[in-house]
Design a protein around this ligand. Structure first.
Ligand code: NAP
Length: 317
């Protein structure tokens, strides 16, 4: 089978299409024909540091074979998955059966693959990291990006207000269409004055910042008393050291990690079925803006790193 292999640590060009031995399903596993693999910013860090042979932590496809002991799935079933190791940038993958979810008939493969990482991440942020309550005012960084668009929609659905940040004017209508109440164009740390103005000087109840180190202090300065700083940007830049006793206004800081989004098969099923339901009812929109043949994974990585993309990029093996 064909797969994208990280040939060495480096830029997008180290992603090469290679011939690999076809995987076999072990006990408790299923073999899947990958129809769509999701591209995530996370994948670019894995490539830069050569932390996997075949990258890709998300996808959707069709079960073609089941391993010993698998009872709940059969060849022909449509499934999707996230964060069960690497290997999704490939024509086939073998995965533990209890880590994949069935995809409802009403949800197509592209939507399923586009929804899992960004959707479940945003779900965790808005329901556990800072359970958004009606009236909460929030600041969402990279509001037109993969996580940002999902988060904006989920915050709005819970009755919150979203002030979105984007780096380019052409991203403003994208964040607005997802429901952002205000969208500010900012590339560095010059946004606090404008956010204070929009909040009558009060600041926000929660900041969702995946943009690295440059924005960290500015984001923190905007939290009101007992506010929550949801930080998820170490791959773009390590945050500064924070002294606990110097935290202002009794705020909380949290760093939600992917392994905690859905830490049991039951939560995986419950939360994905909630997201699929929202999509089926038209209450959550998945914005797919780039579809690339598997061989063009390098182009997809260059695009997401260029800071010009919005929504989700997909590889089609
Ligand atoms: N902890 C978790 O569970 C988790 C899960 C998924 C993603 N993440 C993190 O969430 C962030 C967004 O991920 P994503 O997959 O949804 O990607 P994305 O938002 O679709 O793309 C990255 C966006 O980050 C912004 N950005 C800010 N500084 C940047 C820089 N120096 N280089 C490139 N982009 C920069 C850009 O938006 P603007 O140009 O509009 O600012 C860019 O479009 C990433 O930091 C990712 O690592 C964390």
């Amino acid at each position: 089978m064909k797969a994208i292999v990280i040939t060495e640590a480096g830029g997008p060009d180290v992603l090469q299409l290679c011939e690999r031995p076809a995987p076999r399903p072990g006990p408790g596993e299923v073999l899947i024909d990958v129809r769509v693999a999701g591209v995530n910013f996370f994948d670019t860090a894995i490539r830069r540091l050569a932390q996997a042979e075949v990258p890709g932590v998300e996808g959707a496809g069709v079960v073609t074979e089941i391993g010993e002991g698998v009872r709940d799935l059969a060849p022909g079933d449509r499934v999707a998955w996230l964060h069960m190791g690497f290997g999704s940038y490939a024509e086939q993958i073998a995965l533990p059966a209890d880590g994949v979810v069935r995809v409802p008939d009403a949800i197509d493969d592209e939507t399923a693959a586009a929804l899992l990482v960004h959707g479940l991440t945003a779900h965790h942020f808005a329901t556990v990291s800072h359970p958004v309550r009606p009236g909460d005012v929030t600041l969402v960084h990279a509001a037109a990006g993969g996580v940002g668009l999902m988060l904006t929609q989920l915050i709005k659905a819970r009755g919150g207000t979203v002030i979105g940040l984007v780096s380019r004017p052409e991203k403003v209508p994208v964040a607005t269409a997802a429901g952002a109440d205000h969208v500010l164009v900012s590339t560095g740390d010059a946004f606090p004055d404008r956010v204070r103005e929009l909040t009558g000087g009060e600041g926000v109840h929660a900041v969702f910042d995946g943009a690295g180190a440059t924005t960290f202090d500015a984001s923190m300065s905007l939290l009101r008393r007992h506010g929550t700083f949801v930080f998820y940007g170490p791959l773009i830049g390590e945050p500064p050291t924070v002294r606990l006793s110097e935290l202002p206004r009794s705020i909380s800081i949290t760093y939600p990690t992917p392994e905690d989004h859905v830490d049991t098969p039951e939560k995986l099923r419950a939360h994905t079925s909630e997201l699929f339901g929202l999509v089926e009812r038209g209450e959550l929109t998945v914005r797919i803006t780039g579809r690339y043949p598997l061989a063009d994974a390098a182009r997809a990585h260059a695009a997401i790193e260029s800071r010009t993309t919005t929504g989700k990029l997909l590889l089609l093996p």
